[in-house]
Write a protein that binds this ligand. Structure first.
Ligand SMILES: Nc1nc2c(c(=O)[nH]1)N[C@H]1C(S)=C(S)[C@@H](COP(=O)(O)OP(=O)(O)OC[C@H]3O[C@@H](n4cnc5c(=O)[nH]c(N)nc54)[C@H](O)[C@@H]3O)O[C@H]1N2
Ligand SMILES: Nc1nc2c(c(=O)[nH]1)N[C@H]1C(S)=C(S)[C@@H](COP(=O)(O)OP(=O)(O)OC[C@H]3O[C@@H](n4cnc5c(=O)[nH]c(N)nc54)[C@H](O)[C@@H]3O)O[C@H]1N2
Ligand code: SF4
Ligand SMILES: [Mo]
Length: 678
């Protein structure tokens, strides 16, 4: 840690280096300014060159969360009705005794599977998740959770094709001659990529954006394909067809490094540009241009995002998109290939978890509402939520809330702030933020690992995850009573388990470089991590599990009552729902002016967005940037942000994607009307 004294009014301040672990690809290095024991500013540092001294506006406001009136400062137990938010303060001992006792009672009566631990990214660090928590759940024998709300379809495709080979890092985008941003909006969701894309353009690269909205980079692109949500697989297959049909499939590469290309070619065959254009709702000419540019450019780079996965065809979309560089022969040059999540790049194995996974029930998190309301054998009797805010982030919000309202459900919420989920808790436990505990931040756009340092003391009685789960395990006699349970103990365990000398470098306060270099060239420095080292272009094992098979498009049911597709992309105000407690301008449903005119609606009208699952009431905003037929609400808003306390997830079905069991947020189909008209 480096302490550089600063002078500010009100007394001396110092800056402390740390890193941002939040669920964002960029993994920024931070500089926090602390004065009299309080964080007064958070900004980017230059320690990590990708950060380059600037960060997003959200995390610049992070101190507001630390001292927010919504901050949880003490353990508490519920005294009002569920959802009301009335609690009385208890001690940590009382709270943990109560939780431990209930866990035992429930396991005695119903079995361990009646307890459902529920977590997702949270701060997304390697210390605050899958460490002491995993040890506790495994040893106790609770239900297991399939963490599928995000990146499950893209992850399944990347795993099947390439065994999750490391992908092109941000820094190498500048070398590309063609960049395709496919279902990703870096101007919001990973802002440090933007300068690299712009630099590539300055050096003469072409830019293509495939997105139902005119995103900021679509405005600056050479070609924009405003596809209908859920139709990317058709567009990608049309590009494959072009490559095969016009002699642009790289036969030498296919023979040497892949298998299954014949079956992929067969499935691509029906997708003429005209047919794909009809399915995706874009001009055939644009698809032809994309195919031609892709065939003729090198280095050609596809940045596959997460916008294209959140629908019934999301797995096959990712599969078809990620297979393109193999068929087109785009690997082997710096700036060529694909870029997606680099989380798996380090090849970190969680060997610090000692207990084996028990063979208990596996619950898909996207169907939490069903789990809470319909499961028997055994029914879910305890829900333990941490690192997650399911009341607003999981599909089918009304069913989730119905489950959380159950009087016979014992809900524990371990949180930093009084979230919409915490309002339903029987016990709330206060958690530290990443400015108050140790963690390990892993960027997944660039490839980096950085230690997250506490810069101030914990607020109130807030405690780190590692400590609380460690103590709970001690109380339940699952580990020795004197087993180390501090976040630093867990941090050292994790550092020791890192591959190569990464852990040693981090202990020396250096930035570790993975064995293949920090910006690997695919098929030069890194290769598929599949069993035989080949790209599996037709992963047979998945063919049976995908409802329509691989590389196949599932059309949507005819939508006469709900003709509008609702998407809910990342916004610049929150990271998922984190920081949603901070004041923001009113949330609007965005709609193309033509769609508004057809419904007699105007800017600022109070509207209801509805389908059979639910309704959201908020103001209308006109947005010519949206594709007609598509409306948009931000992801991650809180119940307080709309007039009726419901968010986009209330309209999202809890059906699953074709591969990976992922969430289908963007399969929400809705109608919109004026509240005044009823
Ligand atoms: N500021 C901010 N940054 C974030 C986050 C955040 O909430 N806020 N969240 C983080 C997390 S958890 C994630 S997973 C990433 C997500 O980051 P992104 O990959 O950028 O994902 P989204 O914002 O969901 O969607 C990206 C784009 O896909 C478009 N889209 C929607 N449906 C489709 C479709 O069917 N096909 C195509 N081609 N495009 C479609 C949307 O219009 C949107 O512009 O961002 C991370 N970064
Ligand atoms: N409508 C719609 N909804 C979506 C999506 C969408 O596209 N549309 N996308 C989804 C995506 S991409 C994702 S990744 C999910 C994410 O959904 P969630 O996993 O619910 O993510 P967050 O909303 O960020 O909630 C994380 C919570 O963990 C808490 N937390 C952070 N650090 C710690 C810690 O160290 N300890 C403890 N105990 N708690 C901590 C934070 O305060 C925060 O409330 O949301 C999904 N929701
Ligand atoms: S959320 Fe992303 S852009 Fe913002 S500080 Fe963290 S890593 Fe950087
Ligand atoms: Mo995500």
């Amino acid at each position: 840690m480096r302490d550089a004294p600063l002078r500010q009014h009100g007394g001396p301040a110092s800056t402390v280096d740390t890193a941002c672990p939040l669920d964002c690809p960029d993994g920024c290095s931070l500089s926090a300014t602390v004065q009299r024991g309080r964080v007064i500013a958070v900004d980017g540092s230059r320690r990590n060159p990708v950060t380059g001294g600037f960060i997003c506006a959200k995390v610049r406001r992070f101190a507001e969360r630390v001292y927010s009136p919504d901050r949880l400062l003490y353990p508490a137990v519920r005294k009002g009705a569920k959802g009301q938010g009335l609690f009385s303060r208890v001690t940590w001992d009382e709270a943990l005794d109560l939780v431990a006792r209930r866990m035992q009672e429930i396991r005695d009566r119903w079995g361990g599977a009646a307890i459902l631990p529920f977590s997702y990214g949270g701060s997304n660090g390697l210390v605050s998740q899958d460490t002491a928590d995993a040890e506790l759940w495994r040893r106790f024998g609770t239900s297991r959770l399939a963490r599928t709300v995000c990146a499950a379809p893209t992850g399944a495709a990347n795993q099947a094709l390439y065994g999750k080979m490391p992908s092109v890092a941000y820094e190498d985008f500048v070398h590309a001659r063609l960049i395709v941003l496919w279902g990703v909006n870096p101007s919001v969701s990973g802002i440090h990529l933007v300068p690299y894309v712009r630099e590539a353009q300055r050096r003469g690269a072409r830019l293509v954006v495939i997105d139902p909205r005119v995103t900021p980079l679509a405005r600056l692109a050479d070609l924009h394909l405003p596809v209908r949500p859920g139709t990317d697989v058709a567009v990608a297959l049309a590009v494959h067809r072009h490559l095969f049909a016009h002699g642009h499939a790289d036969r030498a590469f296919l023979d040497a490094h892949t298998r299954g290309s014949e079956r992929l070619q067969e499935r691509a065959e029906p997708w003429t540009p005209a047919r794909a254009a009809d399915t995706a709702g874009v001009e055939a000419e644009r698809i032809e241009t994309l195919a031609r540019w892709y065939a003729e450019s090198s280095p050609a780079l596809i940045r596959c995002g997460w916008g294209l996965e959140r629908n019934r065809n999301g797995g096959n979309a990712a599969l078809a998109v990620l297979a393109l560089p193999a068929v087109g022969g785009k690997f082997g040059v710096r700036g060529g290939g694909y870029a997606m999540s680099n989380s798996p790049a380090w090849g970190i194995r969680q060997t610090w978890i000692e207990a084996e996974e028990p063979p208990t029930r596996l619950v898909n998190m996207n169907q939490l509402g069903r789990a809470l309301t319909a499961f028997d054998d055994p029914p879910v009797q305890m829900l333990f939520v941490y690192n997650c805010n399911p009341a607003v982030t999981m599909p089918n919000q009304n069913l989730v809330l119905k489950g959380l309202e159950r009087d016979d459900l014992f809900t524990v919420v371990f949180e930093q702030v009084m979230t919409d989920t915490a309002l339903y808790a029987d016990v709330v436990l206060p958690a530290t933020t990443f400015l108050e505990h140790y963690d390990l931040a892993r960027a997944y756009g660039p490839i980096s690992l950085q230690i997250v340092h506490p810069v101030v003391e914990a607020s109130g009685e807030a405690r780190p995850n590692a400590e609380v789960f460690g103590e709970l395990a001690q109380r339940l006699e699952l580990v020795d009573a004197d087993a180390p349970a501090e976040d630093t103990d867990v941090l050292f365990k994790v550092l020791d388990a890192l591959p190569g000398d990464a852990g040693a470098a981090l202990r020396r306060d250096e930035r570790p470089v993975p064995p293949f270099g920090s910006t690997p060239v695919q098929f030069v420095d890194v290769f598929p991590r599949t069993a035989d080292g080949r790209v599996d272009l037709f992963p047979e094992a998945l063919e049976a599990s995908a409802p329509a098979g691989l590389y196949r498009y599932q059309p949507e049911a005819s939508q006469t009552r709900y003709p509008l597709a609702l998407i809910s992309p990342a916004s610049d105000r929150t990271i998922s729902s984190t920081l949603g407690e901070l004041p923001r301008p009113d949330v609007r449903l965005l709609m193309h002016p033509d769609d508004a005119r057809a419904r007699g609606l105007e800017e600022g009208d109070l509207v209801r967005v509805f389908n059979d699952l639910g309704e959201v009431r908020c103001r209308l905003g006109l947005a010519p940037a949206l594709r007609p037929g598509v409306v948009s609400l931000p992801k991650g808003i809180w119940c307080r942000n709309t007039a009726n306390g419901r968010t986009a997830t209330a309209l999202a079905p809890d059906t699953l994607t074709d591969l990976g069991g992922g969430a289908c947020f963007n399969d929400a189909r809705v109608e919109v009307g004026s509240v005044a008209q009823g």
